[in-house]
Design a protein around this ligand. Structure first.
Ligand code: AMP
Ligand code: GLY
Length: 454
């Protein structure tokens, strides 16, 4: 398929909106803005709403203020806006049982239930499940006792990876080089000083080397469809250096996940995991995100997430030729058909525009200027933005915007995205200039001869 006219709601699609799906998207980041855009394009949705949303979502759909810290708030919001399908973006409400609570009220929702969400909410649970069912992952010991964990350090080689078992906003994984640092790291976690309750159980895990990639699946019991493999760029600095962030950019499909690796992921990880969950009496419906490390011994699980990745979502949804809302509904209803997903023959890249200083402290409130007429294959997704009292768009978070481009090859998509990254203006704009570098280095020489793509 040529071109990338994937992000705008065509007249035809608007006219086909005959169903009465009132969709509420929960969350406030780039992932959720992408979901809102996808739902707006869907002929199934009559109304799309968001809670709490951000500046970009507020320009497109009605947003409801809600504190996502309490599941009851989300349920009350869904009732207040008469939503009949709720899409949950972030992991915390899933861990807290928002799907169960919505279902109790008869409101269909997309995402795994509380029990299934332990796959992300408890790294100890995920690790023990993988060990029990022989799913390839780094070896690890699980501890909630300081003495036992320190004794275990004598049996491991360094570097070693120390992980808080619970949700720690992406910060609970520390790679340590020496036993002394390991001891202070474990003390900080087990005492609750570093990550509160999330750190009161720790994993001491073997350090793996290899290239990482993200596998995203839509799952309903034993049925699943795989979206294109993608690759995130977690570090703040170019060449993958510096502090870890929520993600500074992503692209898909990621060729590092070759057909062979992909088959291994499906047969050695995904299928055994879904069988394991069924065997344990856990019903899984929603997104399953498998972070893998491609090691010399094949792909191994780094982590499971029970929701879409951010910024991976921003590149995956534009590559879907199938209606994402229809797929999410099929997951929730248990009617997902593995043959039904259609993927475009294109590449997508998302470059995150952050606030300088992120992931440490950064300025907020910068006035943002986005060029008015974007090319049809480039889109700007909002993350940390809001509309101020005068309705002007200002920055409000560490990751501010994502510029997403699609094209027939990755280099062209990258060129198109970066042209818009340069054109967007706000005072503390910071972005990496090398998103997609691993794949482009491998492809070497595929960039368009005229430098502007097709
Ligand atoms: P996680 O939150 O578990 O995805 O970990 C965050 C990041 O830490 C991963 O994306 C990896 O880069 C790194 N990491 C986690 N576990 C390991 C491991 N066992 N070996 C090497 N790196 C790891
Ligand atoms: N981009 C990684 C994540 O969403 O967990």
């Amino acid at each position: 398929m040529r071109g990338g006219h994937t992000l705008r709601l065509g007249k035809q699609a608007r006219m086909r909106k005959t169903s009465a799906m009132k969709v509420l998207v929960i969350g406030s980041g780039g992932r959720e803005h992408s979901l809102v855009r996808a739902c707006l394009r869907s002929p199934l949705a009559s109304t799309v709403m968001a809670a709490p949303g951000n500046g970009g979502m507020a320009q497109e759909v009605r947003c409801f203020p809600v504190d996502l810290g309490e599941v009851d708030n989300i349920v009350a919001c869904a009732k207040q806006c008469a939503a009949n399908f709720v899409v949950i973006g972030p992991e915390n409400p899933l861990r807290d049982g928002v799907i169960d609570a919505l279902q109790e009220q008869g409101i269909p929702a997309f995402g795994p239930n509380r029990e299934a969400a332990r796959l992300e909410g408890s790294k100890a649970f995920a690790k023990q499940l993988m060990e029990k069912y022989g799913i390839p992952t780094a070896k690890a010991g699980v501890f909630d006792d300081l003495k036992l964990s320190i004794a275990h350090l004598d049996t491991v080689s360094f570097p070693v990876v120390i992980k808080a078992s619970g949700l720690a906003a992406g910060k609970g994984v520390i790679i340590v080089e020496t036993p002394a640092v390991a001891v202070t790291t474990i003390e900080g976690m087990l005492s609750g000083a570093s990550f509160g309750d999330a750190g009161k159980r720790v994993l001491i895990e073997e350090y793996m080397t290899g290239e990482e990639a993200s596998i995203t699946l839509l799952v309903s019991g034993r049925h699943f469809v795989a979206l294109p493999p993608s690759q995130d760029h977690k570090r703040i600095g170019e060449g993958d250096t510096g502090l870890n962030t929520g993600g500074m950019g992503a692209y898909a499909p990621a060729a590092v996940v070759s057909d062979r690796i992909n088959r291994q992921v499906i047969t050695q990880i995904v299928e055994p995991l879904l069988a394991a969950l069924e065997n344990e009496g856990i019903h899984y419906a929603g997104v399953l995100y498998v972070g893998i490390m491609i090691t010399a011994d094949g792909p191994k699980v780094v982590e499971f997430n029970v929701r879409l990745g951010d910024p991976e979502t921003q590149v995956l949804l534009p590559l879907l030729d199938s209606d994402p809302l229809e797929l999410m509904q099929a997951c929730a209803q248990g009617t997902l058909d593995s043959k039904s997903v259609r993927i475009k023959d294109l590449f997508a890249v998302a470059v995150v525009l952050a606030s300088s200083g992120y992931p440490n402290s950064y300025a907020k409130g910068d006035r943002i200027n986005i060029p008015g007429n974007l090319p049809s294959d480039v889109d700007v997704i909002h993350a940390g933005t809001r509309l101020d009292e005068s309705g002007d768009l200002v920055s409000s978070g560490g990751r501010v915007l994502g510029v997403v481009a699609t094209a027939e090859n990755l280099s062209w998509a990258v060129e198109r995205a970066y042209a818009i990254c340069e054109a967007i203006e706000y005072r503390s704009k910071y972005f990496r200039h090398d998103i997609g570098w691993r794949q482009m280095r491998r492809e070497n020489g595929t960039s368009s001869p005229d430098g502007v793509g097709p």
